[in-house]
Design a protein around this ligand. Structure first.
Ligand code: C5P
Length: 228
């Protein structure tokens, strides 16, 4: 079984308030992208790593001077929506790849252990994602008013990697494209096909670096040695 990871790094990440696209922002001396690449590279089941970067970021990527790697391919350009970036990465993969893990470069604190666990679950069940149980009570809000409070014990915050059979993800993306549906993660597209997606509990520290305070928290965890 050949598994490839798409590392999505084509977003601008404007909420971080940086001049650089988010994946090229530095955390404890390394960019978020390098940290994500390193974490995924360390996982035995991962055979191929396909970075997806912004069309204007190829020089910045080359400037990282990444050490040669047998698993990592040259980056491809992503698209306007996250889904377009996933489709671009998928299209670039060798035909031998049967399983695909999609990972946000911004979730650079993911551990090899959690990646291995979600891959195992996907191999058993066909599709799986990492997620953390909701800590807060979640409200559905429309026009500034609560319209629904789901049972907290059933609410989880989706993380990445999310792992699928290649054909399943390809089909789900195609269905979303023809129906002009834009999701906020890949599992959502697969769920729309009526296919069950297994949930594997991931670390609460597998956060998506989004706001300046996320970088500060991550710096603290790294300095404490609390992140692998
Ligand atoms: O924008 P958001 O934080 O949800 O992005 C999650 C991940 O998807 C980030 O790592 C970002 O670089 C990537 N992304 C992408 N192409 C886009 C939008 C987001 O690769 N068009």
């Amino acid at each position: 079984m050949t598994l490839a990871v798409l590392i999505l790094a084509a977003g601008r990440g404007e909420r971080l308030g940086h001049r650089l696209p988010k994946a090229f922002v530095t955390l404890g001396g390394q960019t978020l992208l390098e940290r994500s690449l390193c974490a995924l590279e360390a996982v035995d089941e991962v055979a191929v790593i396909q970075p997806v970067i912004g069309a204007h970021d190829f020089a910045t990527y080359a400037g990282l001077g990444l050490a040669a790697s047998e698993k990592r391919r040259d980056p491809v350009a992503g698209g306007a929506e996250r889904q377009d970036s996933v489709a671009a990465g998928l299209a670039a993969l060798p035909s031998t790849v049967e399983w695909v893990a999609v990972h946000d470069a911004a979730r650079c604190l993911v551990t090899a252990l959690d990646v291995g666990r979600v891959i195992e679950a996907a191999y058993r069940e066909g599709a799986a994602l990492l997620a953390a149980p909701a800590r807060d009570t979640i409200k559905r809000v429309v026009d500034g008013h609560v319209v629904h409070t789901p049972n907290r014990s059933e609410c989880w915050a989706a993380q990445t990697p999310q792992v699928f059979r290649r054909e399943l993800l390809t089909e789900a993306l195609e269905k979303a494209r023809t129906e002009a549906f834009i999701g906020t993660d890949d599992a959502q597209l697969v769920e729309r096909m009526g296919v069950p997606v297994a949930v594997v509990e991931g670390s609460a520290r597998n956060i998506k670096i989004t706001l300046p305070e996320d970088l500060l928290a991550a710096e603290g965890w790294i300095a404490e040695g609390d992140i692998a």
